[in-house]
Design a protein around this ligand. Structure first.
Ligand code: LLP
Length: 457
């Protein structure tokens, strides 16, 4: 799909520039803050989030939804990246928030995010989490299984509430993405299958519970998707469910949530899917199918995470050791080690995700040589970029920038090898501030306790 709008579809955030740029990089600035100064001030590795770019993308997705459907709701997927400050931005933008754990809910509540604009997902929510969500007045709980349907109904009854819910359905669509991030085919842990009849059984059960108010249905077909066909097929199948609901109950479900999953660019050869193209295409299918089935258009919601935060953020690393090895075919490969790795970006190791790297403190005219960017973890699989041409003169102390790390980078970070998780710095109009601080050794040591053994009662 080509991009006809002004939506930024490259791997870089909107306010990112390289001084004296050539293909391997240059002195990097984001929103007027130089990479060198940022690292000097906040250390490395460092996630640098272009705040204006975040707002721009969030508004563009929201506008596409409003333009195509009149109105709707955008629930930002917190799992892609959330902290209290970002939750405050989302509140200011008047967006909704999709959370999928008690922890994500706690962040939202700490930001005073309006509970009615929160949607609670997850295939195995605990009783404690459900109780916390119902008590907090969370707008919608997305029910994922029969067990959970009973749990939510019981807890809502106990608390004297009627909880608004959606049912998560699996429309049997193969989303053409990595197996681990594809979620709507039959053989997955999520949701009620439409094809097997589980979805209609769940609807019946939901309708018979006085403490549940079934308002709509939901599906999420997967993540990092570029083809519109999968979204369209899912939309068609969901509208068919809405029609059979109307036929059976002589009333219409008001809401339809078609999930997130919109793909972004990680390399210069790729291009993000643009909201101005994908949302109207999905809208056309939904409107058409609703008209055919003589259904009023439901209120549509979407749940993008990666598409909003992914390209906003660039990770900056300091280069440490480098070494060259001879490959079996006689070629040479140079290893460039940076001061982070699989603990703040597990995506290459987990999904084979491909990233790009650029020199960020200077430009270089040195010959480009075949390189592998690796982290500092005790693991050979700790590879950030398996194969990339980088200038031959890269050496210890140089800065290397990896763009498009905003989604599922910091949020999936671990403390492997007792490495502290990096900070996230928001930059805007030449100013920088930490919105998530770097962990330190003491933070990690604080988890070690020295308790005497005791009998369990
Ligand atoms: N809604 C639901 C119900 C989801 O499960 C997800 C993502 C989203 C929305 C947001 O999807 P997005 O627009 O960000 O693609 N860790 C993987 C991605 C896992 C996505 C899980 N669910 C990765 O790093 O690629």
């Amino acid at each position: 799909m080509s991009n006809q709008s002004n939506y930024p579809t490259s791997l870089f955030s909107s306010n990112l520039t390289f001084k004296n740029e050539n293909q391997s990089g240059g002195a990097l600035s984001i929103a007027g803050c130089s990479a060198e100064k940022l690292v000097k001030e906040f250390g490395s590795p460092l996630f640098v989030l272009d705040q204006e770019d975040f707002y721009l993308r969030a508004r563009a997705w929201r506008a596409a939804l409003d333009n195509s459907f009149g109105s709707g709701q955008l629930y930002y997927a917190a799992k892609s990246f959330i902290c209290v400050e970002v939750a405050k931005w989302l509140k200011e933008l008047k967006l909704g928030l999709d959370v999928c754990s008690g922890g994500e809910l706690a962040v939202a509540l700490a930001a005073d995010f309006p509970a009615q604009d929160i949607e609670f997902h997850g295939n195995n929510k605990s009783e404690v989490e459900i109780r916390k969500a119902v008590k907090a007045g969370v707008g919608t709980i997305v029910i994922d299984s029969f067990d959970e349907l009973n749990r939510v109904a019981t807890i809502a009854k106990e608390l004297g509430e009627v909880q608004k819910v959606y049912l998560r359905l699996t429309p049997g669509v193969d989303a053409h993405t990595h197996e681990f991030i594809s979620t709507a085919h039959e053989d997955v842990k999520f949701g009620f299958s439409i094809a097997s009849g589980a979805a209609s059984e769940a609807i019946e059960k939901c309708m018979s519970q006085s403490s549940l108010k079934l308002s709509g249905i939901h599906c999420h077909i997967g993540s990092q998707i570029f083809e519109v066909a999968g979204f369209k097929a899912a939309a068609e199948r969901l509208v068919a469910v809405l029609a059979s609901f109307r036929d059976k109950y002589s009333m219409e479900l008001q809401e339809l949530n078609i999930g997130g999953g919109y793909g972004i660019a990680y390399t210069k050869d790729e291009s993000a899917i643009s909201p101005d193209l994908v949302i109207p295409a999905i809208a056309a299918v939904i409107k058409d199918e609703c008209a055919k089935a003589k259904l009023a258009l439901p209120r549509i919601s979407i749940e993008p995470g990666r598409a909003i935060v992914g390209p906003t953020t660039t990770t900056i690393y300091v280069v440490g050791t480098t070494k060259s090895v001879k490959l079996e075919n006689g070629a040479e490969r140079r290893y460039v080690s940076v001061d982070g790795g699989m603990s703040e970006n597990i995506r290459p190791a987990l999904y084979g995700a491909v990233y790009s790297a650029f020199l960020a403190n200077r430009s270089s005219t040195a010959k480009l040589i075949s390189s592998r960017v690796v982290g500092k973890h005790c693991e050979s699989g700790d590879i950030l970029i398996s194969e990339i041409d980088l200038p031959a003169d890269i050496a210890a102390g140089d800065l290397l920038a990896i763009p498009a790390t905003g989604a599922y980078g910091r949020s999936m970070a671990s403390n492997y090898n007792h490495i502290a998780r990096p900070s996230v710095v928001a930059v805007i109009n030449g100013t920088a501030r930490e919105i998530l601080r770097r962990e330190n050794e003491q933070d990690l040591l604080n988890l070690d306790v020295n308790q005497p053994p005791r009998q369990l009662s």
